[in-house]
Structures are given as structure tokens and as C-alpha cells.
Write a protein that binds this ligand. Structure first.
Ligand code: PMP
Length: 282
């Protein structure tokens, strides 16, 4: 089956789909995006993704290109036309196409692009053995709560991690506190056994998986402390893990080449992953 992309009202062959060279997404990274997981034909946590999309659009004063119901229809249609049962949907909205000028254009319709791709399950090895992270300075702007397509610091950080043989880079603010990963949220289980993650303010993206873990943990009576944690605390933690739509929950077993506790995935991390997998299968 050949891939199909939705671009501004049309379903096009993926290989030929494109936007105009003066699309503000292309020229200024003036846009936002979302990634939604599809599991056995069902969208996981679609509503929280669409809620966050709305918040990102509002923060940038970009009008929604269509109603929520219409967008949900397009998402389903892209998944269907691509025959995706297990995979991800990518959707991007930019301020639209206009003659290049920094200030907002008038009377311009936002651009909407939706693509879908099949994904393989996370290799069991990553879950069973855990993954490594490096740490880097957080050089991003002060509104990381907006899911902007402007991702230069994130891609530079991810490449640094890859070059170092690590899965992710955790970013540190000027106080040495962990903000988040380049495309994941960061968590630890500290010496006292508390699950700690940074509060969702403007320094991080409020991950939909982060919210799912909070919800599932609460239902099990597992407490979560939302406060910044330092690199020093992470190094001494009993467990560490990261969360995202594409990784779900992955145990972090090395930080800057040093093992976390005994260097094996922690019990709570694996328990939270299992809870997420169950929730997706429901
Ligand atoms: N932080 C950043 C910077 C991200 O890009 C992502 C992935 N979009 C996340 C966290 C995790 O968010 P989610 O659980 O919604 O995928």
C-alpha cells in the first residue's frame, strides 16, 4: 500500500506531497505539531493530544484550521488510507503561506499536514536492559510547554546522545536541575522511594504519556512528587525512566555512563510501563 498524506484539504501520494516554499512552517518554524499513537487500530489518548494542540495553537495565536470533529475525521481517514493498525499519526499546523515577513500575515489560512506511519514495537531489549542518557545544557527558549515545530536544540541534543551511544539527552537548566529529554519526559525514583518528575510549567512539554503515567499511578495509589530534581539526585536515584508517546515508559540505567543503582531496570519503572501497556490494550 503506498503512503498517503493529507495536505490542506487533499489526500496526496506521500512521495509527491508538499507545501509551498513560503509556508511559514518552512521559513520560520512558525507552527505546532502532535504525534498520536495508534494501537491495534485505536488512537491512544487522542483527546489529551487534541487538548494540547489547542493550547499550543492558542499560545501562538494560530487559528485552528478546522473543527475538532473534522480534524478527528481527517486523522481517521489518514490512518485508514495508509492501512495503519499499529503506528503513529503526525500532524502539523503552521500559520500558513505568506510573503516572507516576520509579523503575522493577515487573512491567511493555516496549513495542515497529516501523515501516518507504521511502527515496530519497542525492542524488548530496550525494556529489559534499559537505556542510557547523557546530560547536556538546556539551551531552549522559555516556552517549552508549546509543542512548536522549532526543534533545533532538541535535534542537536538527540544527535549528541546518538554520537555518545545513548538513547536520549536529558537537559539541565542553569541551576543544574533536569528539565526533560529532547523528545521525552524525565523521571526518577529517589533514595526515599518517591517518584519525582518536574512540574508541567513553561520549562517542559507536558507529555501526554507523562499525564497517562500520573493518572495510572494515582489509580494504583502510587504517589508522584512533582518538583524539579537535580542531576546529583538523579545520579543517586534508585531508578530512572523516561516517557513519550513513541517510547511509552523506558527504564534509564545509565546517566553520563554511570549506572543508576545496580544498572538494571527498576521495578517501579517496569510496573508503570506495564500499566501503560495495559491501558493501551484496553
Ligand atoms: N518532551 C519533549 C520535548 C517532547 O518532544 C516530547 C514528545 N513529543 C515529550 C516530552 C513527550 O511527550 P508525549 O508523551 O506527549 O509524547
Amino acid at each position: 500500500m503506498s503512503r498517503i498524506a493529507y495536505v490542506n484539504g487533499r489526500y496526496l501520494a506521500h512521495a509527491e506531497a508538499g507545501v509551498h516554499i513560503e509556508d511559514r512552517g518552512y521559513q520560520f518554524a512558525d507552527g505546532v505539531y502532535e504525534v498520536v499513537a495508534i494501537h491495534r487500530g485505536r488512537f491512544f489518548d487522542e483527546e489529551p493530544h487534541l487538548d494540547r494542540l489547542k493550547r499550543s495553537l492558542d499560545a501562538l495565536s494560530i487559528a485552528p484550521p478546522m473543527s475538532r470533529a473534522a480534524l478527528k475525521h481527517v486523522l481517521r481517514e489518514v490512518a485508514r488510507r495508509n492501512g495503519i493498525r499499529d503506528g503513529i499519526l503526525y500532524l502539523q499546523i503552521s500559520r500558513g503561506v505568506a510573503k516572507r515577513d516576520h509579523a503575522f500575515p493577515k487573512n491567511v489560512a493555516p496549513s495542515l499536514v497529516v501523515t501516518a506511519k507504521r511502527t515496530k514495537p519497542t525492542p524488548r531489549k530496550l525494556v529489559e536492559e534499559g537505556i542510557a542518557v547523557i546530560t547536556i545544557p538546556d539551551i531552549r527558549w522559555k516556552r517549552c510547554d508549546i509543542k512548536s515545530i522549532s526543534l533545533l536544540p532538541n535535534i542537536l541534543g538527540k544527535q549528541q546522545a546518538k554520537d555518545a551511544g545513548a538513547f536520549e539527552a536529558w537537559m539541565l537548566d542553569e541551576q543544574g536541575m533536569v528539565t526533560e529529554g529532547t523528545s521525552t519526559n524525565a523521571w526518577i525514583v529517589n533514595r526515599q522511594g518517591a517518584i519525582v518528575t518536574r512540574p508541567a510549567e513553561e520549562a517542559i512539554l507536558n507529555g501526554v504519556t507523562r499525564l497517562a503515567v500520573k493518572r495510572l499511578a494515582a489509580a494504583e495509589g502510587i504517589a508522584i512528587e512533582e518538583r524539579p530534581f537535580s542531576l546529583a539526585e538523579a545520579r543517586e536515584a534508585k531508578e530512572a525512566f523516561l516517557t513519550s508517546t513513541t517510547s511509552l515508559v523506558l527504564p534509564v540505567v545509565r546517566i553520563d555512563s554511570q549506572p543508576v543503582a545496580d544498572g538494571k531496570p527498576g521495578k517501579l519503572s517496569l510496573k508503570l510501563r506495564a500499566l501503560c501497556e495495559e491501558a493501551m490494550a484496553r
